[in-house]
Design a protein around this ligand. Structure first.
Ligand SMILES: C[C@@H]1N[C@@H](C#Cc2ccccc2)[C@H](O)[C@@H]1O
Length: 438
């Protein structure tokens, strides 16, 4: 293997309490909010078909007009407590908020730029009240930060000239200043979710990024930083040039999910997911497929069954309102979580053979196993294949523990659970198995 100065500094999972807490979240909420919510995917009467938070990059949006949107930022309906309550009711255990997206607009009062909320009609800090409101309901807050910053004069996507290099040094200092400022202002934050680190210029900053990560972890011991922040000595992110994970968990699952445990390489990971195909910021006209709560619950369950967390995105509008579609989804997901979160929180991967009816999760502390059934077999027979020396002594419905099932052994270590699907069920059912080793 290569000798790397700035590769992975740890092999295997972090085992400290803050990471254990992260690993057991199950469900998170992403919030993309910023100036892009004002145009909401339209400009000068034209529809923008790209991701709403990237509208500045669209030829239909003159940069200067976008950069002046801050003069209209005045979200009269912004209600951080209501957002936090809604997330609580949905069952989210952590929330990731965009402090600064690629456009460089800061939702907090930054000493290091004028391009922030203080210079808008609204005038007040957004991040602080959100951190306070979410902390108050027991939802951990993580700060999304885009290294790529289209507003800063020193930002470069690549370093070609001496001038580029000089300008980028100022940009690096600015980036460090803003990150330390965020941790200083919001010391209860549990981690940082970095984005916009794919540029060639950033990939040359292995030493700077490594030192900055160390400095941030010294400011908040236990701080959780994913694999999307640092480049290694050769510019590789997520996995270093020896194939080892950099950072505390893998951040590669953006709008996609692993199919198998092998794909996760046994690492911690999160999947961040949009409700439409590809809209993070508010777009007033969602087109194409919009995911149902059933689909989002399946993605959540699939993530937990493969030892990951699932983070559903919300894109509040320019007035600071959560849109009706997201409110409805939060309600439906919350109703399912109210009844079934025992199969999610503190649960993870079970190494039993995957079956067509759905997913297994396993409670990491109690060892209880959960069968989360999405695809009902027409004959009601749910197949289970157990490893050798594992028998199924106690099997019952999570909804009603008095509804128990006697597994029918059809082969060695192979059983049917006959579930009475006669009653109309419109949401995934959960069966609990308390296995014993004989
Ligand atoms: C978490 C998500 N990452 C951001 C992106 C992106 C992107 C999309 C296409 C090509 C390069 C980068 C999205 O704007 C959103 O913030």
């Amino acid at each position: 293997s290569l000798t790397l100065k700035h590769g992975a500094h740890r092999l295997g999972k972090r085992t400290d309490p803050m990471m254990e807490r992260w690993r057991n979240y199950g469900l998170g909420q992403f919030i993309h909010w910023g100036l892009y919510a004002i145009p909401g995917g339209h400009w000068n009467g034209a529809y923008y078909g790209g991701a709403a938070e990237w509208i500045r990059a669209w030829k239909g949006m003159p940069n200067e007009q976008y950069d002046n949107l801050y003069k209209e930022f005045d979200p009269a309906e912004f209600d951080p407590k209501a957002w936090a309550e809604q997330a609580k009711d949905m069952g989210a255990k952590y929330m990731i908020i965009t402090t600064k997206h690629h456009d460089g607009f800061c939702l907090w009062p930054s000493e290091f730029t004028d391009y922030d909320v203080t210079n808008t009609p609204y005038g007040n800090d957004i991040i602080g009240p959100l951190v306070e409101a979410y902390d108050a309901v027991g939802i951990d807050v993580y700060l999304y930060f885009s290294v790529m910053d289209w507003n800063h004069p020193g930002y470069r996507s690549k370093l070609e000239t001496i001038n580029d290099k000089e300008a980028y040094e100022e940009f690096k200092e600015f980036t460090r200043n803003q990150l330390l400022e965020l941790l200083e202002r919001y010391p209860t934050t549990k981690g940082l979710w970095f984005d916009g680190t794919w540029d060639a210029a950033w990939k040359e900053q292995a030493d700077f990024a490594d030192n900055l990560a160390t400095e941030m972890r010294e400011m908040i011991p236990g701080l959780i930083i994913g694999s999307r922040f640092r480049p290694d000595d050769y510019g590789n992110r997520h996995f270093d040039s020896n194939g080892d994970l950099m950072g505390d968990y893998e951040q590669g699952w953006e709008r996609k999910l692993p199919e198998t445990y092998e794909e996760t390489k046994g690492n911690d990971w999160d999947c961040v997911m949009t409700v439409p195909e590809n809209q993070w910021g508010y777009h007033s006209d969602w087109r194409g497929h919009v995911k149902t709560s059933y689909e989002l619950i399946e993605m959540l369950v699939k993530s937990v069954s493969l030892d990951g967390n699932f983070v559903m995105n919300f894109g509040p509008n320019g007035q600071g309102e959560i849109r009706q579609e997201e409110t409805q989804l939060a309600k439906e997901i919350g109703e399912w979580m109210d009844k079934n979160n025992e199969a999610i929180y503190g649960c993870g991967y079970l190494d039993w053979e995957k079956q067509d009816w759905g997913y297994y999760t396993k409670d990491r502390q109690t060892g209880k196993i959960y069968m989360i059934v999405f695809n009902r077999p027409l004959n009601g027979a749910l197949k289970i294949k157990t490893p050798d020396k594992v028998s199924l002594d106690k099997v019952y419905s999570l909804k009603d523990s008095s509804q128990s099932f006697v597994p029918e052994e059809i082969h060695k270590n192979e059983f049917f659970i006959h579930y009475p699907f006669s009653e109309h069920i419109d949401s995934p059912i959960v069966i609990v198995i308390e296995p014993s080793s004989n």
